[in-house]
Design a protein around this ligand. Structure first.
Ligand SMILES: [Zn+2]
Length: 143
């Protein structure tokens, strides 16, 4: 009746099941990030090649999980292209990428002319192609 015989009967089974559960969870996480990476790729190809549709789009969390840290945007007025660092945007992780566009504006135009020029989204990227990370007013760290 002691714990010892119970452990002899069920202990191994329990330990093996725990190990299988951990492995299965890891596998599921890998599969998820694979799916998200494919979603980011699809969305980016759609946006860059055809200008949309922007919806539905991955969320900030999904993009980051898949290694897509930057959202490339282009100014509607001066055509300056910049990358928004998604890790520095103060939004909920479950926010869909397309919802960010209305709150972003061109830093170049703001500096030069104090204009709040609208931008449009180009694609998600792992490394910013255009160099300087671009923060929208109000989205920058510390302000
Ligand atoms: Zn501009």
């Amino acid at each position: 009746m002691g714990g010892k015989s119970r452990d002899r009967i069920y202990g191994d089974r329990l330990r093996a099941a725990r190990i299988r559960l951990i492995a299965a969870k890891e596998k599921a996480r890998d599969a998820d990030s694979g799916i998200w990476a494919a979603e980011c790729e699809l969305w980016s190809a759609q946006m860059e090649g055809y200008g949309g549709p922007a919806q539905p789009s991955p969320t900030i969390e999904q993009a980051l999980c898949a290694g897509y840290r930057f959202l490339e945007v282009k100014c509607n007025r001066c055509n300056h292209q910049g990358a928004v660092d998604l890790t520095r945007i103060r939004r909920h992780a479950k926010t869909e990428i397309w919802r960010l566009e209305p709150s972003l504006s061109c830093e170049e135009c703001r500096k030069k002319h104090r204009w709040k020029a609208r931008v449009h989204m180009i694609k998600l990227s792992r490394e910013p192609e255009s160099g300087i990370p671009w923060y929208a007013p109000g989205e920058t760290d510390g302000h």
